[in-house]
Design a protein around this ligand. Structure first.
Ligand code: IMP
Ligand code: MG
Length: 204
């Protein structure tokens, strides 16, 4: 089995799902795992025992799965729910409006909720989700994101728990995609198209 890639390293040819693209590692597996455990410890300190995790699909599925296991290791036993939202079309530009593709099934009234998302950029997705759960009577709504891009906010929102500050680059992997690709990567990286190749970010 191949060893985990380190920051700055690129996916070898044998790992490529799309020919002619390499993904350069920005946050490696080990660093993400360690940070998840630190975040879980911080979350345990601030939330009550009756915690409902709401993972925002699709992008957070891998982060949420790891964070929830990290929460277990610090002694929490959260319930888990999913909401599927999108503010992005298939390319890289936010559409500005948020659509619910699948809603949570549990009653959130009176509960402490931890919203888990992959990345906080304009903030529209998480403001929408936070307002929705608050309007349904959640007692407190906390926000945990793996990545935060500074200076990109279109609406006002702060995450309570942040994994890493992310440079202003379009990132993929660890659940995040561009044009439905690269979600499977176990690390967060940046796509490096080879010169002269068709642009993956156009449509698809
Ligand atoms: P926001 O509503 O603008 O904060 O966008 C948040 C959502 O956009 C995230 O949950 C991601 O799904 C997506 N997104 C934002 N930036 C990136 C990126 O660099 N790579 C992949 N998805 C991104
Ligand atoms: Mg998302």
């Amino acid at each position: 089995m191949a060893r985990p890639l380190r920051p700055g390293e690129e996916t070898p040819k044998s790992h490529q799902m799309k020919p002619n693209y390499r993904v350069q590692v920005l946050f490696e597996e080990a660093a993400i795992a360690q940070r998840n455990q630190e975040m879980a410890a911080a979350i345990a300190k601030e939330t009550s025992g009756d915690l409902l995790v709401v993972a925002v699909l699709k992008g957070s599925f891998m982060f949420a799965a790891d964070l929830i296991r990290a929460l277990h290791r610090v002694g929490l036993a959260p319930q888990v729910e999913f909401i599927h939202l999108s503010s992005y079309r298939s390319g890289m530009v936010s559409s500005g409006t948020v659509t619910i593709h699948r809603d949570v099934e549990s009653d959130v009234a009176g509960r402490d909720v931890l919203l888990v998302d992959d990345i906080l950029e304009s903030g529209r997705t998480l403001v929408f989700a936070k307002d929705l759960l608050a309007a349904r009577g959640a007692r407190r709504v906390f926000v945990a994101v793996l990545l935060e891009k500074a200076g990109k906010r279109a609406v006002e929102i702060e995450a309570d728990f942040v994994g890493f500050n992310c440079p202003d680059l379009f990132v993929v992997g660890y659940g995040m995609d561009v044009a439905h690709t690269f979600r499977q990567l176990p690390f967060v990286g940046v796509v490096k198209p080879h010169d002269g190749e068709a642009d993956l970010f156009d449509g698809a």
